[in-house]
Design a protein around this ligand. Structure first.
Ligand code: AMP
Ligand code: MG
Length: 313
């Protein structure tokens, strides 16, 4: 319900003007999937294409939201059905694959744990250790059984695509923009950036990386067509008795991951992959992230360490 109200009351700031190089620029900012999103597209038909892309985000939120009672994820979590669309089944399959590749650091079965910490409802609390131990028994991506469109999860398990859905949405948005003739665009869905082509003047996109410590961003990456996704404990957290607890959970113990990383930005061709990996890398820490990048030629990262050191791999 909260999400519906947010969508209905979404803030659309629309700017339509001619960019210096003569290409039409259309930029739209709105609130969806619990975050602020901006689509900026260039060229003829940029406005119409962006409106189609916006509709796609609304559709995906309805499909994948963990709180929307009409979503397929909600239906799975509440055992209304085990049959989902092939799109949802494919995304769950992709998430499980990345769990395997990250030794379980990425795990979409942690929803009952996130609920204990109150991260979905924004009624944050520090759970008791035995509460965490109890719900942790019902987690573990290896227990998900996918058979084409049928997704079986054990009793009390609940899925949450919050660590991959925005990245996937960024891929879909770019597909829709391209189908509508757009050759140059930059999309930012929360911390999930995805670009099409190059800037209208032919130069690379310069994507700023927010400082996890507040203040101005000093880091940026220059990319052509790419996904650039950042995860960090600074993005969502609460403080009790001077200790700060953030939203990225270590699947091994059910507590906010004790990471040596303040934020990690992943650069790959695919938004869903970049999104899942950025969450996983935060949990894995710097050494394992460097190793992963070394072994995967299409994946690079900018790590901002807790002590401020910058590591590029
Ligand atoms: P992100 O902001 O992309 O790093 O993803 C964080 C979100 O993913 C959280 O708000 C949870 O919904 C979910 N999440 C938390 N911890 C994990 C994890 N270890 N693996 C997968 N998803 C997670
Ligand atoms: Mg993520």
């Amino acid at each position: 319900m909260k999400k519906k109200i947010l969508i209905l009351t979404l803030l659309i700031i629309t700017v339509l003007f001619l960019a210096s190089c003569g290409e039409e620029e259309y930029s739209e900012t709105f609130f969806a999937m619990d975050t602020v999103m901006t689509i900026t597209a260039y060229g003829d038909g940029a406005k119409e294409a962006s409106e189609e892309a916006y509709k796609e985000i609304v559709r995906l939120e309805k499909l994948l939201s963990v709180t929307d009672e009409e979503s397929e994820i909600y239906a799975l979590n509440h055992r209304t059905t085990s049959n989902v669309s092939s799109e949802t089944a494919n995304l769950i399959t992709e998430a499980v694959k990345i769990s395997g590749e990250t030794e379980g650091a990425f795990d979409i079965t942690l929803y009952p744990v996130s609920l204990l910490w109150g991260f979905t409802e924004d009624e944050n609390r520090v759970p008791k250790e035995d509460e965490i131990k109890t719900v942790l028994k019902n987690t573990g991506y290896k227990k998900i059984v996918i058979n084409e469109n049928n997704v079986l999860i054990p009793d009390k398990m609940m899925l949450d695509l919050g660590g991959i859905a925005k990245g996937y949405a960024s891929d879909r948005v770019c597909e829709i923009l391209k189908e509508n003739g757009i050759k140059s665009a930059v999309v930012s869905l929360g911390g999930n950036v995805r670009t099409i082509g190059k800037k209208p003047n032919g130069s690379l996109w310069k994507i700023g990386i927010a400082s996890p410590f507040g203040g101005d961003s000093e880091q940026s990456v220059e990319v052509g067509e790419s996904a650039v996704v950042t995860s960090g404990g600074y993005q969502r957290n609460f403080t009790v008795d001077g200790k700060t607890y953030h939203h990225i959970i270590d699947p091994k113990n059910g507590y906010p991951a004790e990471s040596d990383i303040a934020s990690v930005t992943v650069i790959t061709k695919n938004g869903a992959e970049a999104d899942a990996l950025s969450t996983a890398f935060f949990v894995m820490g710097a050494e394992k992230t460097k190793e992963y990048c070394k072994n995967h030629s299409g994946v690079s990262a900018v790590i901002i360490m807790q002590d401020g050191e910058i590591i590029k791999c």
